[in-house]
Design a protein around this ligand. Structure first.
Ligand SMILES: Cc1cc2nc3c(=O)[nH]c(=O)nc-3n(C[C@H](O)[C@H](O)[C@H](O)COP(=O)(O)OP(=O)(O)OC[C@H]3O[C@@H](n4cnc5c(N)ncnc54)[C@H](O)[C@@H]3O)c2cc1C
Length: 461
């Protein structure tokens, strides 16, 4: 990189916030997507406020240098890999909670705020920010808005997009613009904040977020149900919702995942079960008791062979330990883990799980499946070894087939992990050429020189 350009960055940010040592650059070459090639950037900058972000973008725009915004780097789709070198803009210094407004039930935070910090700040007010990706303790608010993260509470509470009221962004020209606001109703002009939700750093840089909060539910009740037959588990998912009960959480784990978790944690899971469902209802105490009783009834009617209801908070934690351990347990078994998130309509879950099993058998690879059953959002988790070229070839074929099956069943390439680099090549199969052309027109209008996170979402522009 031109030393003069580096001097300009240092003039804006100070030398401590401009990293160029090879060992620093290496740390920003990759993210949580373990099967993608890593590329170190030319420089990493760590701004402290929106004005510094805007100044960096103006310098990058003037020299047409690629710029990759990075939160905690926990995305699973290669979204922060600096594919074409250039500048990584780390948002982690911008981590201030600017306001908790308990009257309007909103919070305003800088984009580098870790989600858990917002949860901790809102709790004393009796308020909750519901989107809860598995990485709630590390992922940033900006990164989760740019991915439109989901999580365990998606079924009842929705996902990140449902909580964004407004934001401050820095455009590809380096302008700072405030979008949206605190009003519950707001239909003035285009819904611009939502354009940036899920845009994966390709349209602008989110520097602040204004989000909705909800009251913390008074009570909750968790239970685990065992099924010897996958179809019966799927029927129970359908039946719970058909009875007009919307659990906060409704999760599924398949037999491979159950066995792997049990091997890892020894928590007494039924290793011969085809599936377990983990269900939690929450709300006002009386209503929760009634809903929990009805869920239990439905699970039994649908053929659950055992149902364990958590008697207290400690037992609830024990039940959730099974779900929390799913990924760590699977990850232990092979050197490389590829976590997908193909998503189908809820009613298609048994077909999807069966297809994943058939695909694994056909290509002789290991896939454990768990996920947010209530949302149709499954996580087929491929356990493999990136050093084994032949196995990786079979893994690629299997991934192609998993995505094709999800689309055939009326689903989508990604329920919550985003497209990034990993799924860019599949986008046209979901959106067709006209759909891709429309998205490209938006991208070109906002970022004509393609400096913002180039190579992500689109294979070509
Ligand atoms: C073990 C594990 C469990 C996970 N569980 C879940 C889950 O349950 N649900 C779920 O949805 N995801 C999950 N994820 C994926 C990931 O944690 C989420 O997508 C997370 O919200 C990303 O936040 P981040 O700060 O790490 O973003 P990063 O990975 O740093 O960035 C993600 C994308 O956002 C862009 N970006 C980052 N910050 C900004 C900004 N300020 N402005 C504009 N663009 C920006 C980046 O360029 C990139 O494209 C999981 C990941 C792991 C490793």
């Amino acid at each position: 990189m031109d030393p003069h350009f580096l001097d300009e960055l240092i003039a804006v940010l100070g030398a401590d916030n401009v990293l160029t040592l090879p060992e620093d650059l290496l740390c920003y070459a990759y993210d949580a997507a373990s099967d993608l090639p890593s590329t170190p950037p030319d420089v990493v900058v760590t701004p402290w406020d929106s004005t510094q972000v805007a100044a960096v973008v103006k310098l990058a725009a003037a020299s047409k240098i690629p710029l990759y915004t990075r939160g905690a780097g926990t995305n699973l789709s290669g979204g922060t890999i600096p594919l074409r070198q250039g500048i990584v803009l780390s948002m982690l210094n911008m981590d201030k909670i600017l306001e908790i407004d308990a009257e309007n039930l909103t919070a305003r935070v800088q984009a580098g705020t870790v989600i858990q910090s917002l949860l901790d700040a809102a709790e004393p007010y009796g308020l909750l920010y519901p989107p809860d990706p598995g990485t709630v303790k590390t992922a940033t608010m900006g990164g989760s808005a740019a991915e439109c993260s989901g999580g365990l509470r998606g079924l009842k509470y929705g996902v990140t997009k449902d909580y964004i009221l407004g934001m401050e962004i820095v455009t590809a020209d380096g302008d700072i613009i405030s979008l949206g606001g605190k009003t519950v109703k707001n239909v003035s002009g285009y819904n611009l904040p939502q354009l940036f939700v899920g845009s994966e750093g390709t349209l602008g840089i989110i520097t602040e977020l204004l989000v909705k909060l909800v009251p913390i539910p008074e009570a909750s009740q968790a239970m685990l149900a065992v099924f010897m037959d996958l179809d019966k588990a799927a029927d129970a998912i359908r039946a719970i919702i058909a009875r007009k009960i919307i659990p906060a959480t409704l999760e599924i784990m398949d037999n491979i995942t159950i066995r792997t978790v049990e091997d890892f944690k020894k928590i007494g899971l039924p290793v011969d079960a085809e599936a377990i469902l983990l269900v939690e209802v929450d709300g006002i105490r009386g209503a929760v008791d009634q809903e929990a009783a009805r869920v239990k009834e439905v699970l039994a009617e649908c053929g659950a062979t055992a149902i364990r209801v958590a008697a207290d908070a400690a037992e609830r934690d024990q039940l959730w330990e099974a779900r929390r351990s799913a990924l760590p347990a699977l990850v232990r078994s092979r050197p490389t883990t590829i976590l997908e998130d193909a998503t189908v309509p809820r009613s298609k879950i048994p077909e999807m799980i069966r297809a994943i099993r058939a695909i694994a058998a056909k290509h002789q690879i290991q896939i454990g499946t768990f996920g947010h059953a209530g949302d149709g959002n499954l996580h087929p988790t491929i356990l493999t070894d990136i050093q084994d070229a032949d196995e990786m070839r079979r893994v690629r074929l299997a991934i192609d087939e998993i995505f094709a099956t999800a689309l055939e069943l009326g689903g989508t390439l990604s329920g919550e992990h985003g497209i990034g680099l990993a799924k860019a090549g599949y986008m046209e199969s979901q959106f067709g050429k006209p759909g891709m052309d429309l998205m490209k027109k938006i991208k070109r209008a906002l970022d004509p020189d393609n400096i913002l996170n180039p190579g992500k979402i689109f294979v070509d522009l």
